[in-house]
Design a protein. Structure first.
Length: 341
């Protein structure tokens, strides 16, 4: 018996190539990494937002932090806009200084004058005193206008009406004790009234008057003579002073000369110290006092007596007055060859 053998059938094995296995592992790894990254992003984002909210909650509402510091050269600019020159301040503190005091003086003649004249009347009643005073004052003003003096140069400086008292001692001898016993007091009675009206005339001193000004060439003596001749019985004062415009002119001249003198003295002192002026630390100018020269005159006892006393023209002449100013200047000094600031 013959036996026929067919082809042999072997079991098939599932064999994979190594390259496919490695690729599978890499793909799996990438998928896992992506999933982890996606899962962590919301957590990180949430954490960042929470930190920003906490920071905003800690800062007060409406507060703005503007402080900043920028360094440029020797200047430090702070957040408030102030400039701090630290190096410059330190260098200035180390500089030597020289203090100089200088005085400038000038002799000036007053260019303005004022004359105060008045009328004083005494009568039994106040009405009579005022009425008589008014009549005499009108005569005085008319005489002043007759000299060519305009209204804007005449003004009332004082006016008063007051009772006149008479002190009456006791009729009998009294014991000097205090308080005095009844009937021993000194009595005062009103025996009349006094009215006083004073006017002041202000003029330019004649030799300072410009030819273009419509001002009469009148001096103090002429004003007094005219007023007394018209009935004035009071000549209180004659005052000479310097006008505001003239004061400004003198002030500028004095300050300029005083500072120039101070600089000259500082140069002499620095040269003696073998140094030179490099700048000015400070300067102080003291106020200037302009003197007022007043001539007090004794009042006349009555208008008639005053008029009779006038024979020659009254002469009142202003003298020169001294005006000065003082300056204090502190200079920086340095070695010879330093730059003058």
């Amino acid at each position: 018996m013959s036996t026929t053998k067919g082809p042999s059938i072997r079991p098939r094995r599932n064999i994979k190539h190594p390259c496919y296995s490695l690729a599978s592992v890499l793909v799996l790894t990438m998928l896992m990494a992506s999933s982890l990254a996606v899962g962590q992003m919301p957590f990180a984002l949430a954490q960042t937002i929470e930190e920003e909210d906490n920071q905003e909650a800690q800062e007060p509402a409406g507060s703005v932090n503007t402080t900043q510091t920028v360094t440029a050269g020797n200047e430090t600019i702070e957040g408030n806009g102030n400039f701090v020159r630290e190096d410059a301040d330190e260098s200035l503190e180390n500089l030597s200084t020289l203090s100089v005091t200088s005085t400038s003086t000038i002799e000036v003649r007053p260019d303005r004058l004022s004359v105060s004249v008045g009328v004083e009347t005494n009568e039994t009643t106040a009405q009579e005193a005022v009425s008589q005073n008014a009549n005499l004052t009108v005569q005085v003003l008319t005489a002043l206008r007759g000299l060519g003096i305009t209204e804007d140069r005449i003004e009332t400086s004082s006016y008063s009406v007051s009772p006149i008292y008479e002190f009456i001692p006791p009729a009998e001898q009294c014991i000097q004790i205090y308080p005095p016993p009844p009937g021993c007091e000194t009595r005062q009675d009103i025996i009349g009234y006094r009215a006083t009206n004073t006017v002041t005339v202000t003029l330019d001193v004649p030799f300072f008057r410009e030819a273009t000004e419509a001002v009469p060439d009148v001096n103090a003596g002429q004003v007094i003579d005219a007023a007394v001749g018209a009935g004035a019985n009071r000549v209180d004062s004659v005052t000479f002073f310097i006008s505001p415009d003239r004061q400004e002119e003198i002030r500028g001249t004095l300050i300029g000369e005083a500072i120039t003198n101070a600089r000259q003295r500082a140069n002499i002192a620095a040269e003696a110290l073998q140094m030179t002026i490099t700048g000015v630390s400070s300067a102080e100018i003291n106020p200037i006092d302009f003197p007022i020269y007043t001539v007090s005159l004794r009042e006349a006892t009555s208008a008639g007596e005053a008029a009779d006393a006038v024979s020659a023209p009254t002469q009142i002449l202003p003298g020169q007055q001294e005006v000065l100013t003082t300056v204090n200047v502190v200079f920086y000094i340095g070695p010879v060859g330093s730059t003058d600031g």
